[in-house]
Design a protein. Structure first.
Length: 219
């Protein structure tokens, strides 16, 4: 079973480096969005690297979870696991959706999408500050502005049966909401894919091992 991973908003495959998974893991690198490209079309283009001839799973972190959800509607993963993310627009903070309705995001200069380090540390709840700072240093601000625009205007209300969430109880950006199947990490924050990697690895491995067990039994 292959697992394809999609990192957070502007974050690359380094957010997955601390996971210890029992399966072949393939991180998907971000591609440059076309001008005014929809999240649906972007997800379709990004999914071209996925080998659909064999069973596969998806893991999406933060904004990557929105993309994984969109890919899941196009392809047929055995399971989609969302970490520190949302499955539908109703699981996002209401203030995000309200901000999306104002259209003010287009007026904000791209340079302002680089958050001050102290604010970023607070919002992400990061313990591994070096990795967070390295990721921020390497972030493409044009991509971030596009991604934030897509996040606050996300329209998905489709709940897929094969989606499972791992959320932190202290996540300030995307707190646990909704009725999607979910496992909570006590006091976990938005950067917990790094800071609580051992716990998350166990949950992911258990989920996929169980899935494989039932798949083999049903054949």
């Amino acid at each position: 079973m292959k697992i394809y991973g999609i990192g957070g908003l502007g974050a690359d495959k380094r957010v997955f480096d601390f996971l210890t998974l029992d399966f072949e893991f393939i991180p998907i690198n971000w591609i440059t969005p076309d001008k005014n490209e929809s999240i649906k079309n972007y997800s379709k283009r990004l999914s071209n690297v996925i080998d659909t001839k064999n069973d596969f799973c998806l893991i999406g972190v933060s904004f990557g979870g929105l993309i994984a959800t969109e890919i899941g509607k196009i392809l047929n993963p055995k399971i989609t696991i969302l970490i520190s993310s949302a499955h539908t627009k109703n699981e996002l903070r209401p203030i995000f959706r309200l901000f999306g309705k104002t259209k003010l995001i287009k007026l904000i200069p791209t340079s302002l999408f680089y958050p001050p380090r102290l604010i970023a540390k607070y919002l992400f709840g990061a313990k591994n500050n070096k990795l967070l700072n390295d990721i921020l240093d390497d972030t493409d601000l044009n991509f971030v502005k596009w991604a934030v625009t897509k996040l606050i205007n996300w329209k998905n209300i489709t709940q897929q049966k094969n989606v499972f969430k791992i959320n932190g109880t202290k996540d300030k950006l995307i707190p646990p909401r909704g009725n999607t199947k979910m496992e909570l990490i006590d006091k976990g924050e938005h950067f917990m894919v790094v800071d609580r990697a051992n716990e998350i690895s166990k949950i992911v491995n258990d989920k996929i091992n169980m899935l494989q067990h039932y798949t083999i039994q049903s054949k």
